[in-house]
Structure formats: C-alpha cells, structure tokens
Design a protein around this ligand. Structure first.
Ligand code: C2E
Ligand code: MG
Ligand code: MG
Length: 566
C-alpha cells in the first residue's frame, strides 16, 4: 500500500460549498469528527463498504467492525491545543486497494485553534501504476526492438554504432579490430531458394559466429548478409590472423538446411582502432572497403584495410547512386549491334546493349553492370532491358521491319531470381511480344551454380518459345556434360578468342573446338568482336554461322538501327 499522508490545516469555511463536488468525486472522501468518528462518507466510499450509511455515521471504527476487520491507525495532529498537549486521533483508513494515495486534512474550528473535523481523501492509483509499469515494459521492448535484429536476435546496426561511439569517445584508445563480414553469393541463394531459406541460413550463420567467438564478443547483424564483429586486441595484427583463418575455415563447411547442403563463404574486411581510424563512421567505412577488397581478391578470404581502398569504395557507391537515378529518370537506353550471316551477309538478328549516356562520356556497361549485379540493381535494369526489347520487337514486327531476333543479355542474378519466370510472363503480356522474336543470352556462370535447376528452368523458358544462347562461351568453364542437356540454340564465341586469331594458334584451336562442339550438339555458332577481314575469313572457313563485330557494325542507337533495316 502506498500511503501518502499530507496533513495540513485548512479553515472550515473553505469546504462547505464543496459538498456536492465531494459527493460525486471519483476519490474516496471521509469526514471524521475530532474524536475520530465518521460523520460523512461520499458515494464512492459508501460503495466500497457493504453497510448502510446509518450503520456507519457517528461511529468509530471498532464500533462499526467489532471483529477488528478494519484497524484504525493513529494520526498525530501537530497542533498545540488550549491545554498545550499534542493530540492523537485514531482514524480509520480504508484499505481501498493495492495502490492508493491518501491525504488527510484537519479543519480548524472558527476559533482557529481547535480542530473541528478531519477530512480524508483517498485515490485509487492502481490503474495509473499499472499503466506506468506497462509503459516501462513497452519502452523496454521498443528499445530491444530498436537495438536488435529480430531474425537472429543479435544487436543491430544502431547498437553497433552506439557501442563504437562509446569506445571511440572515451579518449583511452583501447585498441580493437572491427570485422566487417559479408557472405559471398548470399543474394543468389536468397533469390533462387527464396527468402525463408535465406533467413534460415542467416540464422545459422549468426549461431555459428556466436559459437566461434568468446561469449562476451560483440557480434551484430547490420543488414542483409552483413555481420560486424568487434574484437578487443593488442595493436598486433597477428593475433587476429589466426582467428580469421579459423573463421573462414569453419564457414567453409556446408550447412544443412531443408535437406540441402549449402556452401556459403564469407569475405571479411578489418579496420583497426585507433590505427586506421578514430571515429565510428570512418572505421565502418574502412572495414567496408577492406571487405570489398577481400571480395575482389576472389572472396572467401579476409583483408586488412589499406589506404588505397577508400577511393574505390567511394567510386562504387557514387556510381550506384547515379545509376539508380539514371534508371529512375529513364536515362538508360538500348543500342543495337546487328548480327550478320557469314554466307549471305544478311542481318539475322541484333544484340541489345545497354547504354548510359551521362554528361561527360558514355560509361561502359562492362564497368557498371558488374556493380549493378553486386548491389542488386541489375534486377531493375534487367527488367527495363527486357521490356524495352520486347516492346521494340513487337513494334518492329507490326511495322513490317524484318530484324530477325533481338538478343537480350540476362545476368546470372536475374536468371536465378525466384521471380524471373513470372517477370517474363508479365512482360510478354504487357508488350504482346512473341517470344520467338527474342533470344536470351545467358552466361556460363549462371549454369554453374545449380545445373540441375538450370536445366529445368531453361526448359520452361524454351517451351515459352524463346531462343537461348550462351554468351562469352569458353570463358566460364562450362561443364560439357551439362551442356548436352541444356536447351541451347546458339553458342557465342567470346571476343577474347577472336582477337588476332590469325596469329594465335591456341585461340585457333579453341575456336575450332567450340565450333565442332556446337555442330555436334546441333547448336549454331556466332563469333563476337570480329573486327578485321582476316578474322572474318577464319570464322567463315571454319564454319561459324554468323558474326557480330565492328567489321560489319558497331552498336548503334535505335533510330539508326531501324533506319539501317528499312
Ligand atoms: P557482351 O554481352 O559480351 O556484349 C558484347 C560486347 O562486345 C559489347 O560491349 C559490344 O559492344 C562489344 N563488341 C562487339 N563487337 C566488338 C568488336 O568488334 N570489338 C570490340 N572491341 N568490342 C566489340 P558492351 O556493349 O560494352 O557491353 C559489355 C558487356 O556488358 C556485355 O558483354 C554484357 O556482358 C554487358 N551488358 C551490356 N548490356 C547489358 C544488358 O542489357 N544486360 C546485362 N545483364 N548485361 C549487359
Ligand atoms: Mg551479350
Ligand atoms: Mg559476349
């Protein structure tokens, strides 16, 4: 019980006019005479007792409840009366509830010396207390939510930043290593097996990390497939080398999820405090650049920060931002490079190649496509290219322009995305394009990840009426045993084998082998990047069906291409 006794003197006049207020007050009100007899109770107080008004009024507590159920308490009224002795009055205090607040106010008689009567005001504050308790509980939950990742229950980015701020502002420079861990190929797994599967994988990785490091290590999940770990250590890097090697090793074991053995590796970047940076933002940024360096070194490894990394990271993030804007503002466009039959020299098709005309000079897709693949932006870019391509194909067909087929590049990430088939269907619907007008160029690496799944997927795509070719053939280590099971119409010989072919016996052998392979599997062959008459001649003599290269045409804007056709 919460007893808040405030005893203060008031003059009797000030209360008489408030009787009706007292009657309807939500508070409990009792008035006692100066001997402690109850002479008034308001409605609220009456409701509390199971007794009639008459059986209470004018009585002292022990007269009302002879069984001693409700015990009075003694109140010392700090008032010197005429006789000079302090006064003690026994008052009955109603045990209203778990929490109540009570104040006691004596009224002075008109002589301003003696006590006329005593008022008791009681208020049930249970609900108020409960709501405060609830608010505290809710706040706790909110703080937890704001600071923890619900999937893994690890601290999140906010927690990490708060901790780093704390560690870097103490002025004590206790050294630590900041490990920025990013899973390799997680997005592909997520895209091809679906998000619930990806979630399970993340959960398992989080668990693994917690097992691997001492229990007081700060391990956070800062986003998608990124984990940041903070290890207190001496300035000596060697100490963490061994930890990192062990970590990379452990991660290389397969995780068994939903009957599937998933191989996941990680790339880790490390920034050292205070050597590499002394504030939160720079530490994170430097660990991030180091992580990208680990990716560039071939993934599944770690890298300490080096000053030259910062520039590269900056470039990549700026480029991504600009590219996003360009896509949003419809600034990307398609160029077309005709494909020519080596015998008839007729145009048998065209490859759609994306162009990003920025203010200075054209930025090469060879530069921005890999970055878009990393960030996932390729999904939107790919969709843009598909819809543009499909739309133009059906337009040209309606106008009677004969263009053969439009070849469209599909990146691995797009192709293996769980929504790829439905995206294709939707764009066919939207554009009314006949799939037989389209050739999808896929890369060997798309097939490599999960060949069985890819065979099934490509068969569905083929059944819709699309042609399928393998781009840059010969560079991606295709497994020949799978090749025969894939519904492929055409192999594109990579430009790297074509260049200077007349002086490169090894390239000649490779190209001849690719041609023989294609013929044997009833596929056609196209050579990319043919620039000279010699190169063309070699291809023609060895049975290549068609040519795409500067010898005939460079990629050109759409209007130029349609002009060429008509
Ligand atoms: P790719 O699909 O192998 O395209 C052929 C590249 O070779 C094109 O480069 C083309 O301009 C270039 N090329 C063609 N003939 C010659 C030649 O005779 N000499 C030389 N030196 N180069 C020639 P581009 O347009 O810069 O595209 C580069 C790569 O970017 C493409 O290689 C493709 O992988 C990617 N890419 C382009 N557009 C798209 C797209 O819409 N989606 C996706 N996912 N990737 C694209
Ligand atoms: Mg291509
Ligand atoms: Mg190519």
């Amino acid at each position: 019980m919460l007893l808040n006794l405030s005893v203060q003197n008031q003059s009797i006049e000030s209360f008489h006019s408030y009787v009706s207020l007292a009657e309807n007050s939500p508070d409990y009100i009792i008035r006692y005479d100066n001997e402690g007899r109850i002479i008034y109770l308001n409605k609220k107080m009456q409701q509390f007792f199971d007794l009639t008004y008459e059986s209470i009024i004018g009585k002292k507590p022990y007269e009302i409840w002879p069984d001693g159920r409700y015990k009075p308490i003694e109140i010392n009224i700090d008032q010197t009366l005429k006789d000079g002795k302090p006064r003690t009055i026994e008052l009955f205090i109603p045990p209203v509830n778990e929490y109540h607040q009570i104040s006691i106010t004596p009224l002075l008689a008109s002589d301003n010396m003696t006590i006329d009567s005593i008022f008791l005001f009681g208020r049930d504050v249970t609900e108020f207390k409960h709501s405060i308790a609830k608010t505290i509980e809710t706040n706790k939950k909110l703080t937890h939510l704001a600071h923890n990742d619900p999937l893994t229950n690890l601290p999140n980015r906010l927690s990490l930043i708060e901790l780093l701020n704390l560690r870097t502002s103490s002025g004590e420079y206790h050294p630590f290593a900041l490990l920025y861990l990013d899973l390799d190929g997680f997005k592909e797994i997520n895209d091809s097996f679906g998000h619930p599967f990806g979630d399970q994988l993340l959960f398992r990785v989080a668990h693994l990390l917690q097992e691997l490091f001492p229990s007081d290590t700060f391990i956070s999940r800062t986003g998608g497939d990124e984990f940041v770990i903070l290890i207190s250590c001496q300035k000596d890097k060697n100490i963490i080398h061994s930890t990192l090697t062990y970590l990379i090793d452990t991660l290389s074991n397969p995780l068994h999820i939903e009957e599937i053995d998933v191989y996941i590796t990680a790339s880790i970047g490390i920034a050292m405090y205070p050597n590499d940076a002394i504030n939160t933002e720079e530490l994170l940024q430097k660990a991030d650049s180091a992580m990208y360096n680990a990716k560039n070194m071939g993934k599944n490894t770690y890298s300490f920060y080096d000053t030259q990394f910062t520039e590269k990271t900056l470039f990549r993030t700026t480029l991504t931002t600009h590219l996003k804007k360009a896509l949003h503002n419809n600034q990307l466009e398609l160029y077309f490079q005709p494909q020519v039959d080596v015998i008839t020299e007729n145009i048998i098709g065209t490859e759609a190649l994306i162009r990003w005309p920025s203010s200075e000079e054209m930025i090469s897709p060879a530069l921005f496509i890999p970055i878009a693949e990393e960030s996932g932006l390729i999904l939107q870019i790919g969709e843009f290219v598909l819809s543009q391509g499909f739309q133009l194909a059906s337009q040209w067909l309606k106008k009677g322009i004969s263009f053969g087929r439009i070849a469209i590049n599909v990146s691995a990430r797009q192709l293996t995305h769980i929504d790829f088939l439905s995206t294709l269907d939707r764009i066919i619907q939207e554009t009314g394009c006949n799939p037989s007008l389209i050739e999808l160029e896929i890369t060997e690496s798309s097939i490599l990840g999960n060949p069985e799944k890819m065979i099934a997927l490509l068969n569905i795509i083929k059944a819709k009426g699309f042609n399928i070719s393998i781009d840059d053939f010969g560079t991606g280590y295709s497994s020949l045993s799978y090749l025969k099971n894939l519904p492929i119409d055409k192999l594109k010989i990579d430009i790297s084998f074509v260049r200077n072919i007349t002086n490169e016996p090894k390239n000649q052998t490779i190209v001849k082998t690719i041609i023989a392979l294609a013929k044997g599997l009833q596929m056609s062959v196209i050579a990319e990047g043919v620039e000279t008459a010699d190169e063309l001649e070699f291809m023609r003599q060895n049975g290549v069906d068609s040519i795409q290269g500067y010898f005939y045409f460079k990629p050109m804007p759409q209007n130029q291409f349609t002009h060429l056709l008509s």
